[in-house]
Ligand binder design. Structure first.
Ligand SMILES: Cc1ncc(COP(=O)(O)O)c(C=O)c1O
Length: 398
């Protein structure tokens, strides 16, 4: 009965693998390389408590718990405008929409751009939550494979030259999830040119851009954009705190207006307390200070994992060493399927995420896994990688 009444869209909501790995987060006796989440032990709790107390004591205190406007807090938008300005991105108040995390931004943009069957481009592999949002609006997804310096521009051009219309490309140009790959400057320019030539938008998702551990600056696509083709997504989740669920869209006024209309029907407004707390943390310099604090913290985990991989993973596996973000993306030999490896790893109390859900065609991810180092205590990284390395080295068809 229920099945007959449900929308066809429900068939596109198959995120079982995400639910599976979210449920592995926080199970005490497991060494988890699964969730792409920040380390709770580095959250600036003391400073946040002080800011919260002082905000509550202000005359506007009760408004922290009141409904707010759909487009978001003016104070927070002002902070975001100054944050973007330091990164050479110019934006005005009407070009920003505050969202409930950048995940909501992906949903809202999918909602305003996609009719069932519309074509969308994604980097392959790409962020599972982005693919999920796009799929849930019944888009026809084309994956563009990644090289070491980002999407294969030749493949993209080939696809575009076939004459089919694409609405947008979705990508994470800095230290992508799951690949850790960064899009090079020449490819950023080439992509912008193609977007102009073929008339599609670029959704630039930037959660890891600040987590640039070797301080190699690279202009955002939004900075290079002269035609208003780039819709930039930002979030405080990875370099600050995720639990307040605050992100933003920066784009052309009309797109912001339409995404705002979509947001009205979704959740009316983002979390008021969270917006004010982030705004004041930004004004007081806490956010920039936190970025400086977290970079060496995660960098040492990245390096620890890199050394352990070199030591314990056999030659039949391969990976690129990322220079930022939270992830290693590992290729296994053909004869090891990552789902079966996960089963064996969990028996040995180690968790990771299988590659399938990150690919436009999930079967192509059979021999890949994503290892996240961000939330695993430094001292457990070597132990966990050693366990995984031994299972892979001694693999028999379990
Ligand atoms: C690439 C990417 N985009 C967006 C998100 C969602 O982040 P949030 O909704 O917390 O801003 C994530 C979280 O893992 C991510 O990796």
């Amino acid at each position: 009965m229920l099945k007959e009444l449900l929308s066809r869209r429900v068939e596109c909501l198959n995120n079982s693998e995400i639910s599976e790995f979210m449920s592995l987060i926080g199970q005490g006796d497991i060494i988890s390389f699964a969730g792409g989440i920040p380390d709770r032990n580095i959250f600036p709790l003391k400073e946040l408590r002080e800011l919260l107390n002082s905000l509550m004591a202000e005359p506007g205190g009760p408004d922290l718990f009141q409904y707010g406007s759909t487009e978001g807090s003016g104070r927070l938008k002002e902070y975001i405008i100054s944050f973007l300005k330091k990164r050479n991105i110019k934006a005005s108040d009407e070009e920003i929409l505050i969202t409930t995390g950048s995940q909501q931004a992906l949903d809202l943009l999918s909602k305003i751009f996609i009719d069932p069957g519309d074509r969308v481009l994604v980097e392959n592999p790409g962020y599972v939550g982005g693919l999920g949002a796009i799929r849930s609006y019944q888009a026809d997804i084309t994956g563009i494979n990644l090289a070491e310096d980002g999407i294969e521009i030749d493949l993209l051009e080939e696809e575009l030259a076939k004459g089919r219309r694409f609405k947008f490309i979705y990508l994470v140009p800095d230290f992508s999830n799951p690949s850790g790959i960064r899009l090079s400057l020449p490819k950023r320019k080439a992509l912008l040119e193609l977007a102009g030539k073929y008339g599609f938008y670029i959704i630039e998702d930037t959660p890891y851009s600040e987590l640039n551990y070797y301080n190699e600056p690279l202009s955002a696509l939004k900075e290079l954009d002269t035609e208003g083709r780039v819709i930039y997504l930002g979030t405080f989740s990875k370099f600050f705190i995720p639990g307040l669920r605050i992100g933003w869209i920066c784009g052309d006024r009309e797109i912001i207006r339409l995404a705002g209309l979509a947001k009205q029907n979704t959740d009316l407004t983002s979390n008021s307390l969270g917006q004010e707390l982030i705004a004041v943390a930004g004004e007081k310099g806490l956010i920039e200070a936190q970025i400086k604090r977290v970079k060496p913290h995660y960098r040492s985990r990245l390096e620890e994992m890199g050394q352990a991989l070199e030591k314990y993973f056999p030659k039949s596996t391969s990976w690129l060493v990322p220079k930022g973000g939270f992830f290693y993306w590992i290729r296994l030999p053909e004869y090891i399927e990552s789902r079966r490896l996960l089963k064996k790893a969990l028996e040995n109390r180690v968790a990771f995420v299988t590659g399938n859900s990150f690919l436009a065609n999930p079967e192509e991810g059979n021999n890949y896994l994503r290892l996240s180092f961000s939330n695993c205590p430094q001292e457990d990284i070597e132990t966990g990688i050693k366990i995984l390395g031994e299972i892979i080295t001694n693999w028999q068809d379990f």
